[in-house]
Write a protein that binds this ligand. Structure first.
Ligand SMILES: NC(=O)c1ccc[n+]([C@@H]2O[C@H](COP(=O)([O-])OP(=O)(O)OC[C@H]3O[C@@H](n4cnc5c(N)ncnc54)[C@H](O)[C@@H]3O)[C@@H](O)[C@H]2O)c1
Ligand SMILES: O=CCCC(=O)O
Length: 532
């Protein structure tokens, strides 16, 4: 129990936990509902670090400047982090550059052991890491625990991939020649990640980078730097050599720091996860020194339920999981839910019934299923999408308002029916807890609608017809398809998009390739093959 919360408040907080989002709180309880926790108690308080990690040391900005980080549930100050400028980040790039020659020549098995130790430390400190995630990101603690497992799985997976990087022997087409290939680490990598998965988005990049033999400078998101710092501390404890992992923090200096990372000649690869617009800018910058790049950008996932679905309840559960995971703030969240006319009404009824069961509130409170969105802008965007849809004829089946009594960052989980293609949600990622249900008649119509988006990250559909399953899975213009499931994230499965959702794949057996180059070695004058 939080020692900073006085006993009287504790009791009040307990009563908060069962407060359903759909009923406004009585005025007397209003202060209580906006009060929330102060500071989670960590088993190991030394994991909460308000610095940047460069060359194996915890450092401040040379200027002494800092930026503030706030709890999205309560608005309270969590702490500050160094506002690094380009001169500070240059030091991180130099450190990574100096560490690279030695790190790349370690036995892959040694790098694997380091990653494995880091994985184990994440598991040993899972509870504290989850608390940090909930504190700075807002997601319910159970979801944060899930994220820690997911995040750690990338270190475990790539510790296993590291010793299994094989080249080829290639039959040459020139007489007397022999050709082999070597896979080599690309060099210093600049990694830029978003706040929605404060641990997993970073480990999904650092795991394969280190397995390949690269060193990294990771710019953590300004909204959630403390989880990344805790990971850096665990890297230190895992014995990862200095300079191999550098975690830099910045708030208002982010564009300048981003420009440095994407243009610095010593940085050979940039891996970015975030919005398509920022990706576009960074890609332009990275072109100045022709860097190897991989981009995991925004989505606008179609979720299709066909009349021939075998289990409508499973489709409802899948759609709920896909749409409302992290309060709708994942890049693979269903954004457009298309339901064939024969099952539309029944699907909508069951879907709304599930949403009614949600409990909205602070992520640390028991029984809470959904937390706040990251900031007020995000709540406003969700509301804009709702208002745009209703002004064009959609109906609010549940929700549809800011849950202001809980705080400015809370938005009611919302279901809209009667959606049409003219509405913003049809073409723009909401990144919030708003589900729009569209009705459709034919397979061709829905596949055309699904493919109309400029982006193509994930797509889902439910059907019991095996021919249709192959046809639609092949026709959807996305990087990842979920068939009869709403959850596709798995370390073993390649993660990434097509079109303006980016390119490159993370996780899986392919993830490590993003951090390697293939070198061919041709041996001349090797003579003719042995004659019989
Ligand atoms: N494809 C994926 O795997 C994936 C995963 C998570 C999130 N996303 C996408 O990310 C978006 C949500 O995250 P967001 O709002 O934080 O995205 P964002 O693009 O605003 O920010 C992402 C990261 O880039 C940094 N950044 C912003 N401007 C920068 C600049 N000029 N130079 C360098 N860095 C800069 C931010 O500080 C943050 O660390 C959504 O569109 C979502 O779909 C994609
Ligand atoms: O938000 C994007 C990443 C989500 C995931 O890996 O499942």
């Amino acid at each position: 129990m939080n020692r900073l919360i006085r006993p009287v408040s504790r009791q009040l907080l307990r009563s908060r936990t069962r407060y359903p989002f759909s009923i406004p709180p009585p005025p007397a309880l209003k202060r209580l509902y906006t009060m929330g926790h102060d500071k989670p108690e960590l088993k190991d308080p030394s994991l909460f670090i308000q610095k940047s990690y460069i060359n194996g040391e915890w450092v401040d900005a040379k200027s002494g400047e800092t930026f503030e980080v706030h709890d999205p549930a309560t608005g309270k100050l969590i702490g500050t982090c160094p506002e690094l400028d380009t001169a500070d980040v240059e030091k991180a790039i130099e450190a990574a550059s100096e560490a690279f020659p030695k790190f790349r020549t370690l036995l892959a098995r040694e790098r694997a052991r380091m990653l494995r130790r880091w994985y184990q430390l994440m598991m040993d400190n899972a509870e504290d890491l989850a608390k940090l995630i909930t504190w700075e990101n807002g997601k319910p603690l159970a979801d944060s625990k899930g994220e820690v497992n997911y995040a750690a799985s990338f270190f475990e997976w790539f510790s296993e991939e590291a010793p299994r990087v094989y080249g080829d022997t290639i039959p040459a087409s020139v007489p007397g020649n022999r050709v082999i290939t070597l896979k080599q680490p690309v060099g210093v990598c600049g990694l830029i990640t978003p706040w929605n998965f404060p641990a997993a988005m970073i480990t999904r990049k650092i795991g394969p980078a280190l397995a390949a033999g690269c060193t990294v400078v990771a710019k953590s998101p300004a909204e959630t730097p403390f989880t990344a710092n805790a990971l850096a501390e665990l890297a230190h404890r895992a014995g990862i050599p200095k300079g191999v992992v550098n975690i830099v923090t910045s708030g208002k200096n982010t564009p300048a720091v981003g420009e440095l990372i994407t243009t610095h000649p010593e940085v050979r690869k940039v891996s970015f996860t975030g919005s398509t617009n920022v990706g576009r800018l960074l890609m332009k910058q990275a072109s100045s020194t022709i860097k190897k790049v991989s981009w995991e950008l925004g989505g606008n996932a179609p979720f299709i339920v066909f009349d021939d679905v075998e289990d409508l309840d499973a489709a409802v559960t899948g759609a709920i999981a896909s749409k409302f995971r992290s309060s709708g703030q994942t890049c693979v969240c269903a954004n457009r839910i298309y339901v064939q006319s024969g099952v539309y009404d029944e699907f909508a009824k069951r879907f709304v019934a599930k949403v009614k069961e949600f409990k909205l509130g602070g992520g640390f409170e028991e029984g809470i299923t959904h937390g706040p969105v990251i900031h007020e802008r995000a709540a406003e965007k969700a509301h804009d999408h709702v208002q745009d849809a209703t002004s064009k004829g959609a109906k609010v089946a549940i929700g549809g308002q800011k849950a202001s009594a809980l705080g400015p960052n809370f938005y009611e989980p919302t279901v809209l029916t009667g959606m049409t293609k003219e509405m913003l949600i049809a073409s723009e990622e909401t990144f919030g807890p708003v589900a729009g249900l569209f009705s459709f008649k034919t397979e061709k119509e829905v596949v055309d609608l699904a493919n109309k988006a400029e982006v193509g990250l994930a797509g889902y559909f439910f059907s019991g017809n095996v021919r249709r399953i192959f046809r639609v899975a092949e026709a959807l213009e996305v990087g990842m398809v979920g068939v009869n499931t709403g959850l596709i994230s798995d370390v073993a499965s390649p993660f990434g998009g097509v079109k303006q959702s980016g390119f490159g794949r993370e996780g899986s057996k392919y993830g490590i390739d993003e951090f390697m180059t293939i070198k061919s070695v041709t041996f001349g004058g090797m003579g003719e093959p042995l004659q019989a």
